[in-house]
Design a protein around this ligand. Structure first.
Ligand code: PGA
Length: 254
């Protein structure tokens, strides 16, 4: 039985006071929500304050990116996995399509970051997903397959067992255009089959695959009904306590 994960990706939103205000409203709304793991990814600057405020709760904190270098070292502007851990995070998002698109993230850097994160004892949330042109051309599985092959290259089964995958079709991120549950299911099943081929049956059954891209309180329940959808990575709808709580508590609203 795979335990669902609901992760909020705040992107470049929320100052420290705004982040703490969210936490204060959000905590009581999900206090009884033990059916899933809950993760919040604030900007680097708010990780420590948010983690501190969440201590003793079942809500955990992620960074939105991480350095590929383990350091310490002369890498101006980078933040290492052990620094993120030191600030209180337990997770790191790696390879988000915005990082790939705007900041030159590649499958090679994703692979290095996964190793750095696991080496520091944190868990990676690894994002994959195809742009619209590739889907329209019928190449969606090819793109995601090669992101998985490159990103997870030469990992051991133990290392891979620490990973969560997030399938985020680029055309669905921030566009209001969610993948249909059928499209999500089809790609999640494909991802699981690639994991089976790379790491074997046991891990393929265990690994959690989240869907991301315009997830809202209104569409989460039907997405979660799909057998290979194990949770969500939520952008815009995670910025408000009430809407993220409704996503976490999708079973009550369905
Ligand atoms: P969205 O973003 O929910 O605003 O589409 C998802 C993401 O980028 O992780």
């Amino acid at each position: 039985m795979r335990r669902p994960v609901m992760a909020g990706n705040w992107k470049m939103y929320k100052t420290i006071p705004e982040a703490l205000e969210f936490v204060q409203s959000f905590k009581p709304l999900v206090i009884a929500s033990t059916h899933c793991e809950i993760v919040i990814a604030p900007a680097f600057t708010a990780i420590k304050s948010v983690s501190y405020r969440l201590e003793g709760s079942h809500i955990e904190v992620a960074a939105q990116d991480v350095a590929a270098e383990t350091g310490p070292g002369a890498f101006t502007g980078e933040v290492s996995a052990s620094m993120i851990k030191d600030a209180g995070a337990r997770w790191a998002i790696i390879g988000h399509s915005e990082r790939r698109q705007y900041y030159g993230e590649t499958d090679e850097s994703v692979n290095a970051k996964i190793r750095a994160v696991i080496g520091a004892g944190l868990s990676p949330i690894v994002c994959v997903g195809e742009p619209l042109a590739e889907r329209d051309a019928g190449h969606a599985e090819q793109v995601v397959g090669s992101q998985l092959a490159g990103g997870l290259r030469n990992l051991t089964v133990f290392e891979a067992s620490r990973i969560i995958i997030a399938y985020e079709p680029v055309w669905a991120i921030g566009t209001g255009r969610t993948a249909t549950p059928e499209i999500a299911q089809q790609m999640h099943a494909f991802i699981r089959s690639r994991i089976r081929a790379m790491f074997g049956d046991a891990l393929a059954e265990e690994i959690r695959i989240l869907y991301g891209g315009s997830v809202k309180p209104e569409n989460i329940a039907t997405l979660m009904q799909q057998p290979d959808v194990d949770g969500a990575l939520v952008g815009g709808a995670s910025l408000e306590a009430d809407s993220f709580a409704r996503i976490v508590n999708y079973r009550e609203n369905s």
